[in-house]
Design a binder for this molecule. Structure first.
Ligand code: GDP
Ligand code: IMO
Ligand code: MG
Length: 427
């Protein structure tokens, strides 16, 4: 039995899609367990680029069972569009199943997300406006509507009518915005219900059966550790649990079933949206990273903020996820930047902090402490083993491992499947 949880170790966009796709060659089941269409996972197959928001990144290998777990918030409009887009490109999506327990994103969740961001003004989170926060609010307030409700139209209508009464009052009185019309949403969602009905299943049972039968199961996290509702830079976080424990809750498996936790780490750091970012580079090297790394959001197209590798973050990620290995990505993007810097700690009020602080106020005042290390000039995109990498590049990896306290198992030196170095097999 092999169950591997793959998590983002930073602020998202670490290359989880590429690594999931790479591991999907051997995995038999791939499960998304949290988040929604705020995620944008890019997979390159040959020269073809796929951007996945809800469908697990295992879908590009034919015949893999792909599950959207109960912890995901599903926007059926996005899902249907994604399925159509994949079908147009000849991808078979018949092996996808959606949890009947997953919650639905409704049009008013997106409206409330935008309205609340506007109300926050200067303090806005910079959400993707995909309705994620409000959908999880409804889930925890116990007013959510679930994917399984699409199978019982009277149930769906009743819940929607009840919710709209409250939502429309809130929109009018708090946000001064127009409300939503019940019949319009019912019409739209009836189409999604027809379309998605054959895919709705008890994914909790499916994944547990797969594990019982010794199948190799990969849990594909979205977002990243620092966007985790509890472990991230609250309140500049998403509303779900991207950390490894989230896989248990969001897929419906026990923690005793997990064998390995792989943290995906970009060779530098990026963040999209607001909030503190100690190792951020504001000068021209930040622009170089953004251009060389093509650091623009997959979901929103926003430019990503760029910074040096921060190992305070990695130690935090190692702890809260119980990381057993790392997948290091985008190492090729650092080529030509010399010297490189690695953040080893934060200076705060005359002291050096090595653990990631909970307080945003403290974090905002933290000055990064850097170690300077030599860079390399060689193009490494054709490297297929550690020995193919320049000495300075290997030293950078070793230093990262030492400071994070976790060994590197995979190294990505380009976006394509074949641009991957295996140091130790994950499956
Ligand atoms: P995710 O959200 O974690 O799946 O990451 P994104 O797909 O949002 O962003 C990662 C971007 O980097 C995508 O455009 C990938 O194609 C690309 N990428 C992934 N790994 C590598 C790599 O090793 N080198 C380079 N140059 N690009 C990579
Ligand atoms: P993947 O899976 C990077 C960020 C948003 C914002 C905050 C809250 O592609 O790594 P939300 O819409 O979730 O309420 O926004 O979280 N964010 C991401 N940043 N990658 C993502 O997903 C993200 N999903 C959400 O930019 O700062
Ligand atoms: Mg992304």
């Amino acid at each position: 039995m092999a169950a591997v949880v793959l998590v983002g170790a930073q602020w998202g966009d670490e290359g989880k899609g590429k690594i999931t796709d790479y591991l999907a060659e051997k995995a038999e089941v791939v499960v998304r367990y949290q988040g929604g269409s705020n995620a944008g996972h890019t997979v390159m197959v040959g020269e073809q680029e796929f951007k996945l928001h809800l469908v697990p990144s295992g879908i590009l290998y034919p015949g893999k069972l792909c599950l959207i777990g109960n912890g995901v918030v599903v926007d059926p409009a996005v899902l249907v569009q994604e399925l159509d887009g994949l079908a147009e490109r000849g991808i078979d999506t018949s092996s996808l199943r959606i949890s009947d327990r997953a919650h639905l994103i409704l049009p008013y969740h997106k409206g409330l997300d935008a309205a609340e961001e506007e109300r926050r003004g200067q303090a806005q989170i910079g959400t993707t406006k995909r309705g994620i926060g409000p959908a999880y609010v409804d889930k925890t307030a116990r007013t959510g509507i679930r994917v399984g409700d699409l199978l019982d139209w009277e149930e769906f209508r009743g819940k929607l009518a009840r919710n709209l009464a409250a939502v429309n009052e809130m929109l009018a009185k708090i946000y001064d915005r127009p409300g939503y019309v019940l019949e319009a949403i019912l019409d739209e969602y009836a189409g999604y219900a027809r379309r998605l009905r054959p895919l709705i299943a008890d994914t909790v049972h499916l994944v547990n059966e797969a594990l019982k039968n010794g199948r190799r199961v990969l849990f594909e996290g979205a977002q990243g550790t620092l966007l985790d509702l509890d472990q991230g830079t609250y309140p500049f976080v998403t509303s779900s649990y991207p950390t490894a424990g989230g896989a248990c809750i969001g897929a419906g498996i026990g923690p005793t079933k997990i064998n390995k936790v792989l943290g995906v780490v970009k060779a530098y750091t990026t963040r999209v949206g607001g909030g503190p970012f100690p190792a951020e580079i504001t000068g021209s090297i930040g622009d170089t990273l953004r251009e060389q790394g093509r650091e623009y959001g997959t979901t929103t197209g926003r430019p990503r903020r760029c910074g040096w590798l921060d190992t305070v973050i990695l130690r935090h990620a190692a702890e809260v996820n119980g990381l057993t290995g790392l997948a290091l990505t985008k190492l090729d993007v650092l080529t030509g930047i010399d010297p490189l810097r690695i953040c080893t700690g934060y200076r705060y009020g005359g002291e050096i902090i090595r653990d990631f602080p909970a307080s945003l106020k403290v974090l905002q005042q933290c000055e990064p402490v850097y170690e300077e290390v030599p860079g390399w000039q060689e193009d490494i995109t054709a490297a297929r083993s550690l020995a193919d990498l320049p000495a300075a590049c290997r030293s950078y990896i070793r230093r990262l491992e030492e400071l994070a306290g976790v060994p590197v198992h995979l190294i990505a030196v380009g976006p394509r499947r074949d641009q991957t170095i295996v140091v130790e097999d994950v499956f």
